[in-house]
Design a protein around this ligand. Structure first.
Ligand SMILES: CC(C)(COP(=O)(O)OP(=O)(O)OC[C@H]1O[C@@H](n2cnc3c(N)ncnc32)[C@H](O)[C@@H]1OP(=O)(O)O)[C@@H](O)C(=O)NCCC(=O)NCCS
Length: 176
């Protein structure tokens, strides 16, 4: 699948993307805002392992490369929940630092949300940024998400206990 948007494309990951993925993901500023499953340093082997994970988990997630001018620029994924949460997906994303502040992720979140609501039996999309991650919180708000909760002392990152937030978008409230 391929979603062509204004200034970027969301498309499936390919094995040949590994080198560029390792280049852009090897960034402590990105690692500092993601869960510890995201490696740092980020090697070519890590990138190959991730692309293979994406390909083998396509029934429980929809994870897409963000491409700008033919170059991999980031990653955005929707992770399908199960059991009583099965009408939810959680999203996560990062963008190569050179593209920050141009509105790319706000638009990518909107495009992915539209695709998920249009193609799956999902009624709620949510994200859990760390409370200090102003850029991600603002991008979610620009994409139409509402703040639902501040979870105090919910995470530990780099040895520091921190607050995190929940932002959510309901299908009924989604305007494209
Ligand atoms: C967070 C991230 C995805 C944002 O991507 P982006 O394409 O730069 O986001 P956008 O440009 O769509 O929106 C960011 C908004 O936050 C604002 N912003 C960014 N950093 C900010 C800061 N420190 N203080 C206040 N506002 C900030 C931007 O100005 C922009 O708002 P505006 O358009 O109203 O000016 C990107 O910085 C990133 O990859 N960070 C590292 C990984 C990460 O945090 N992933 C998300 C985990 S929940």
């Amino acid at each position: 699948m391929r979603i062509v948007a204004d200034g970027f494309v969301l498309r499936e990951w390919q094995d040949s993307d590994a080198e560029r993925l390792a280049d852009i993901a090897d960034n402590k500023k990105i690692y500092d805002n993601l869960r510890d499953g995201f490696p740092h340093p980020y090697s070519l082997e890590d990138a190959k392992r991730y692309i293979s994970f994406v390909k083998s988990n396509s029934s429980s997630s929809l994870i897409l490369a963000i491409e700008i001018d033919g170059l991999i620029a980031g990653n955005i994924g929707a992770f399908f929940k199960d059991d009583v949460y099965r009408k939810n997906v959680e999203i996560g994303y990062f963008l190569a630092e050179e593209y920050w502040g141009k509105g790319i992720i706000s638009m990518a979140i909107r495009e992915l949300s539209k695709y998920v609501f249009d193609n799956y039996d999902i009624i709620r999309i949510y994200a859990e940024p760390f409370a200090r991650n102003t850029g991600s919180r603002r991008a979610l708000e620009k994409a139409g998400f509402s703040p639902e909760a501040l979870m105090r002392c919910n995470v530990i990152k780099n040895g520091i206990i921190e607050d995190s937030c929940i932002y959510a978008l309901l299908k009924d409230n989604f305007k494209y």
